[in-house]
Design a protein. Structure first.
Length: 340
């Protein structure tokens, strides 16, 4: 396997295998919630953790009969929500288990009668101990994206299976069990390209970051949580659907555009951006999951796991970027660290 910069392969496998290994526990939580009358799932994570819940929420919204929403914890506490009550399962992801906004939201939704499931990297933390159920899979910043993507996907699959909108959950879960090693191989195969992309990103002062479908949350996350927060690089994350309603006017020679492409039904929206931008700037960077070898993963499941594939590859870009810019990913100016 190709040697990777600042990377522990065994640690990565342990963390992502741990995420997939929660499949049956997640299914049991979903079964209990639905049996108790839950008809609504709310994902309420702060910052990047909340962004990572969007693919699962969209999957439920588009392909199930169960209502799903993504709510901002801080806004939920300030504004309230008439839809959160005893028929609601609130899913709160927090890597640290200590995020202040999420703690306030947990208290708020429990007072409204909702059930709370916390996904965290640490047991015996305030969020873990206050939740009705806490599922713990240790992770750190560089491994938490795939872990949260996989856990929330497993939850959505269980909801869909138990409400009759998919039939082969077990088959998909079996494929997902292969994914940690496949992601590790994809990272190794991408290492040289990761360096090249990092060089390109380091060379420009700002970047438009875009994607569509379930690739969009990763574009949003990478722009805001990695390039902005961890590298102090200015970005303009914009959904590919909105690209032609304003942001296109910013594209000219020399403008950097990072386009993330997945394999779900929204892929044509990313193709449209690629066609337009490629004629205007030489600084178009395209990261496409379709180019990644994932033997044993069906086309349908590839579409579901595109966000995790993108995050796995972009972690390699970040590892090179922090070295090229002499700016560790842990360096902050104003941020009193509240880990996701």
């Amino acid at each position: 396997m190709t040697e990777m910069l600042n990377f522990d392969a065994e640690r990565y496998l342990r963390i992502q295998s741990g995420a997939v290994g929660l499949a049956e526990r997640i299914d049991a939580v979903v079964a209990d919630a639905l049996d108790s009358g839950v008809t609504h799932v709310v994902f309420a994570g702060a910052g990047g953790a909340g962004i990572l819940m969007h693919p699962a929420a969209a999957l439920l919204r588009d392909r199930s009969d169960v209502r799903a929403d993504v709510l901002l914890p801080a806004e939920l506490v300030e504004s309230g929500s008439a839809v959160v009550g005893r028929r609601t399962l609130v899913v709160i992801p927090s890597l640290s288990g200590t995020t202040a906004e999420s703690l306030a939201a947990l208290d708020h939704v429990k007072a409204a009668g909702a059930q709370v499931l916390v996904l965290t990297g640490h047991a015996e933390t305030p969020l873990a101990t206050k939740a009705d159920v806490a599922l713990v899979n240790f992770a750190e910043d560089d491994t938490s994206c795939e872990s949260f993507y996989l856990q929330s996907l497993l939850l959505a699959l269980s909801v869909m299976a138990r409400t009759g909108t998919i039939e082969d959950r077990a088959g998909v879960v079996a494929e997902l069990q292969r994914l940690p090693r496949l992601l590790l191989a994809a990272k190794a195969a991408f290492e040289a390209q990761a360096h090249e992309l990092a060089v390109g990103l380091a060379a420009e002062p700002w970047h438009i970051v875009t994607g569509a479908g379930n690739a969009w949350p990763e574009a949003w996350y990478y722009g805001m949580c990695i390039l902005e927060e961890m590298q102090w690089i200015r970005t303009r994350p914009v959904h590919a659907s909105d690209f032609f309603h304003g942001t296109l006017e910013l594209v000219e020679p020399g403008v950097s555009v990072l386009l993330l492409k997945g394999e779900d039904a929204a892929r044509p929206l990313a193709d449209r951006v690629e066609r337009f931008v490629s004629a205007l700037t030489e600084s178009l960077h395209v990261l496409d999951t379709a180019s990644v070898e994932l033997p044993g993963i069906s086309p349908a499941t590839r579409g579901l796991v595109s966000p995790a594939v993108l995050s796995a590859l972009l972690e390699r870009v970040s590892a090179h970027l922090e070295v090229l810019r002499d700016h560790p990913l842990t360096t902050r100016r104003y941020y009193r660290r509240m880990a996701y």
